[in-house]
Design a protein around this ligand. Structure first.
Ligand code: 5AD
Ligand code: FES
Length: 345
C-alpha cells in the first residue's frame, strides 16, 4: 500500500487494482498514511491557501427527476422559489462586501431561466464586479447555449458527472443519458470554460469498483475542479430510506484525487460538512483546498434542500464567512480571497 502511494506521489497515476486496494480495507495507520501524503502534495503544489467561493442558489425549480434529489420535479413537498436579477445582484453586493471574488450561480434546470436570462445575469454580475469570476451550475444545455454563456463572460462551469457507472447513472436519472452528460462536459472544455466535474459517494448500489472508474475518468478528463460529497437521503425522494455515504470514504477519495491531479481545485463540500460536524475540516486535511459558503438570501436558504440535514440553512452570509474562516484556520490552513483560477491545463 505504501508503494502504491509512493508511485502516486511520483507519477500521479495508479492502476485499477491499486486504486481498488486504496479504497478497500485499510488499517487506521494506512488510511492516515494516504491522508498525510495527499496533504503534503497539496502543500507543495497549491500551498496552504483555501479559496472561498460565494454560492448563490437562485432557483430550486427543476424539470429533472433525479431519484436522490430533494428539488426533483416530482417532489410536491418542495417549497419552490426563484430569485430575480435584483435579488441575485443583492447577493453579489453582499458577497463583494465580504470579500468574495467568485460567485457560483447554481439552480435547478428551470425553464424560466432561458439562455437570454442567464446571459443577462452573467453580464449584470460582471458589470457590478468586473474583477470577479462567474461560475455557472445550471445543468445540461446545448453547446450553443454554453457558447453564449461563455461569450457573456462566464468563466467556469460546474457539472458533476454524478457517477461514471452508466447503468447506475441511467437508473438514478430517468429520461437522461450518460452520453449527453459526457457530451456536455466535452463541449464545456472545448469552449474554454474552467470545468468542474465530480460525483456522489455512497449512492445506493454504488460499489468501490464504481469509484475506481470515477477516479480514472477524472484523471483522463483533467477537469480544473472536482466536487465530491457523500450521498445523503432526502425524506421526500424515492431514496429516502437509503443509507448515506460516509465522510471517511469521501475523504479517502479526496486524498486520492489530490494525488492523481495535484493542482486540482477540490472543495470540502457542504454535503461533507453536513454528514459530520467536522467534515469540512477533515476534507481540507485530506487534500481539499476550496470551500463554497452560502450567499443565498436567508429567506430562501431552507428551501434549497437537496438532502436532509444540510448545514447553514438559517445563517446569514456574514456569519458563514466568519465561521468558515475560523474552521479553515483551526484545520491549519489560511483563507485566500483571490479568484483562484485553475491552471492544470
Ligand atoms: N445527497 C448528496 N448530494 C446531492 N446532490 C444532489 N442531491 C444530493 C443528495 N441527496 C448533489 C449532486 C449535484 C449537486 C448540486 O448536489 O451531485 O450535482
Ligand atoms: Fe455557515 Fe458555518 S459556514 S454556519
Amino acid at each position: 500500500m505504501e508503494e502504491i502511494v509512493e508511485r502516486l506521489v511520483l507519477a500521479q497515476e495508479a492502476r485499477r487494482e491499486e486504486l481498488l486496494l486504496l479504497l478497500g480495507d485499510l488499517s487506521p495507520e494506512e488510511a492516515e498514511h494516504l491522508r498525510v501524503a495527499a496533504d503534503r502534495v497539496r502543500k507543495s503544489c497549491v500551498g496552504d491557501k483555501v479559496y472561498l467561493r460565494g454560492l448563490i442558489e437562485f432557483s430550486n425549480i427543476c424539470v429533472q427527476d433525479c431519484l436522490y434529489c430533494g428539488i426533483r420535479r416530482s417532489n410536491q413537498e418542495a417549497d419552490r422559489y426563484r430569485l430575480d436579477l435584483e435579488d441575485i445582484l443583492s447577493c453579489v453586493d453582499e458577497g463583494k462586501r465580504l470579500g468574495y471574488r467568485t460567485y457560483v450561480l447554481q439552480g435547478g434546470e428551470d425553464p424560466y431561466y432561458t439562455d437570454e436570462r442567464i446571459v443577462e445575469m452573467v453580464r449584470a454580475i460582471k458589470e457590478r464586479d468586473p474583477e470577479c469570476a462567474v461560475t455557472l451550475s445550471v445543468g445540461e444545455k446545448e453547446r450553443e447555449s454554453y457558447e453564449r454563456y461563455y461569450q457573456a463572460g462566464a468563466d467556469r462551469y460546474l457539472l458533476r458527472h454524478e457517477t461514471h457507472s452508466r447503468e447506475l447513472y441511467e437508473q438514478l436519472h430517468p429520461g437522461m443519458s450518460y452520453e449527453n452528460r459526457l457530451r456536455c462536459l466535452q463541449d464545456l472544455k472545448e469552449i474554454g470554460f474552467q470545468v468542474g466535474a465530480g460525483f456522489m459517494v455512497g449512492l445506493p448500489g454504488q460499489t468501490v469498483a464504481d469509484h475506481v472508474e470515477d477516479l480514472l475518468f477524472l484523471k483522463e478528463l483533467q477537469p480544473h475542479m472536482v466536487g465530491i460529497g457523500p450521498f445523503m437521503p432526502q425524506q421526500d425522494t424515492p431514496l429516502k430510506d437509503a443509507p448515506a455515504g460516509t465522510a471517511e470514504m469521501t475523504c479517502r477519495l479526496l486524498s486520492i484525487l489530490r494525488l492523481l491531479l495535484p493542482k486540482v481545485l477540490l472543495p470540502a463540500t457542504t454535503a461533507l460538512g453536513s454528514i459530520d460536524p467536522k467534515g469540512r475540516e477533515q476534507g481540507l486535511q485530506a487534500g481539499a483546498n476550496v470551500v463554497m459558503p452560502n450567499l443565498s438570501p436567508t429567506r430562501v436558504r431552507d428551501k434549497y434542500l437537496l438532502y436532509d440535514g444540510k448545514i447553514c440553512t438559517g445563517d446569514e452570509a456574514a456569519h458563514c464567512r466568519a465561521c468558515i474562516e475560523r474552521r479553515i484556520n483551526s484545520a491549519g490552513y489560511v483563507v485566500d480571497m483571490g479568484r483562484g483560477d485553475g491552471d492544470i491545463l
